[in-house]
Design a protein around this ligand. Structure first.
Ligand code: HEM
Length: 141
């Protein structure tokens, strides 16, 4: 899979688009006017709203790794040197992890999504992106 700065799906483009463009953050809200109204009525929900929008409409939908050893996932062996794609967007809608996952709920608590990845490569810009999102929603809602 080739990726470059001009590729609209490249991680750098997605990060830039996800963190800095207000419409992307707000897409979920525009499709759910009742949630937008709730946020307008009570801006105290801005923090949980940002986390929920990251979960519900994850700007980075997938990432990939190459296995450096044979691994076993759910009794299935994956050979060394295989490319494994992690579907971040799907994980963030996992019904085993989130109640009513396809519902946008800006008041959702215990929202342990993986929109910024997980583990050693966890997004370095996450705190900045979160603040930007909160400012974007706060000034627009
Ligand atoms: C909403 C905005 C953003 C989202 C959803 C996002 C998402 C992600 C994800 C999922 C990863 C992990 C990729 C992987 O494991 O393969 C990642 C890594 C990274 N992000 Fe972000 N990101 C955002 C904004 C930013 C910003 C604003 C910066 C910098 C100012 C940034 C810098 C980085 C860097 C440097 C890494 C690589 C970390 C590593 O490999 O150790 N991100 N991001």
């Amino acid at each position: 899979m080739r990726s470059s700065r001009s590729d609209p799906d490249s991680p750098s483009t997605l990060n830039f688009r996800g963190s800095l463009s207000h419409p992307y953050w707000q897409r979920g809200l525009l499709r759910h006017p009742e949630q937008l109204k709730r946020l307008k009525d009570d801006p105290a929900f801005i923090q949980t709203a940002v986390e929920e929008l990251l979960r519900y409409d994850s700007p980075v939908q997938r990432t990939a790794r190459i296995t450096n050893t044979e691994v076993e996932v759910d009794s299935r062996k994956i050979a060394k040197g295989s490319m494994v794609v992690a579907a971040i967007g799907a994980a963030n809608r996992d019904p085993a992890h989130f109640s009513d996952p396809d519902r946008l709920d800006i008041t959702r608590r215990d929202n342990r999504h993986v929109a910024f990845g997980f583990g050693i490569h966890f997004c370095l810009g996450a705190p900045l992106a979160r603040v930007e999102g909160q400012i974007a929603l706060g000034t627009a809602s």
